[in-house]
Design a protein around this ligand. Sequence first.
Ligand code: NDP
Ligand code: GDR
Length: 355
Amino acid sequence: MTKKKVALITGVTGQDGAYLSELLLRKDYEVHGLKRRSSSFNTGRVDHIYRDPHIDAAGFYMHYGDLTDSTNLIRIVQETKPDEIYNLGAQSHVQVSFETPEYTANSDGMGTLRLLEAIRILKLNDNTRFYQASTSELYGKVQAIPQNEITPFYPRSPYGAAKLYAYWITVNYREAYGMHASNGILFNHESPQRGETFVTRKITRAVAAIEVGLQPMLFLGNLDARRDWGHARDYVDGMWRMLQQDQGDDYVLATGELHSVREFVEKSFAVIGREITWRGEGVEEEGFDTQTGTVLVRIDPRYFRPTEVELLLGDPTKARAKLGWRHTTGFEDLVREMVEADRATIHQQPVSWST
Ligand code: NDP
Ligand code: GDR
């Protein structure tokens, strides 16, 4: 019998951690995840795959840990001896990184170094492949459109700056120690499991809540920000493909399609049969229901960022050619799936809806 491959996922309780765990379990991996101690349950996204290890762990195990704690990372890597490490753990909210810049640098930047050092200290360089969750936020104030693997970086937030360090330290450990280490430069990817304070999920939840009268309207920041939005399910498959290559490398994963926050709002309301018309300018702008005249969207400058990333559009040509990867879910299907999922949830649990 061949030994199962072992994967260690940091950030297993997050959106991508959950989709990646499902994918790897389907591929018959033994999956270990790092989860943070929290005063309330934080495993909602993986509860459906977790089984009591006393009965039948089903190949999925979780370990308490934190990217800010190197001794614990070394111990977990030593105990699990993973064939593949996926470093998805991060303080991943760009706006929050302006409020918690030092912590963001520690977890997102230094955390990556700690994991790479764990591999080096334990002499696992030749056995353990490493995936770093790099991001289109590295391009920030974009230097070319669309962005690919050779576009210069210009981060625009403490998050982007921390991830820039993580990107380069991953490249450095590949070159210095011959590690199989790869950066996935992933453009925004969403799903019904997306965190509730990212703009897409905030919109789809609000649409569901407005439909049943639980929320009067939606407050947003920059409606004209444009992003390249794909589905998380497709992107975790790209991560896995990177670690199956003979060599570590860096790859952009993106759809190559650009849409604005405004368009996301319009398409989301369209799913429940409401058409939005816009009037006013700047912070006075509002979106109303064309038929009834009810205001459904207003601007709250609280959601403006000190430095904004206005446009991100990826060119996934390299991933297509070398990994055979391409996205399968387009923008309209993504919006519909997210709105429908939030509608279904709100009908099941309307009282626990407010955030
Ligand atoms: P989420 O915010 O959904 O998940 C982040 C995960 O990291 C959670 O499991 C969280 O734990 C964990 N985490 C946070 N801080 C720490 C820490 N100090 N130590 C250990 N774990 C920690 O992010 P996504 O799943 O969307 O993204 C996954 C990764 O990909 C992140 O690194 C993100 O920056 C990056 N990325 C995401 C993109 C996207 O569009 N989704 C695009 C490009 C990159 P808890 O559940 O306890 O909060
Ligand atoms: P982003 O995602 O910053 O791209 O980072 P987010 O959904 O937070 O913002 C996208 C754009 O929408 C604008 N926006 C708002 N954003 C939020 N969160 N809330 C609002 O009310 C709002 N109104 C307008 C933002 O200004 C921005 O321009 C995500 C994260 O997953 C990162 O971890 C990841 O690296 C990048 O995507 C790629």
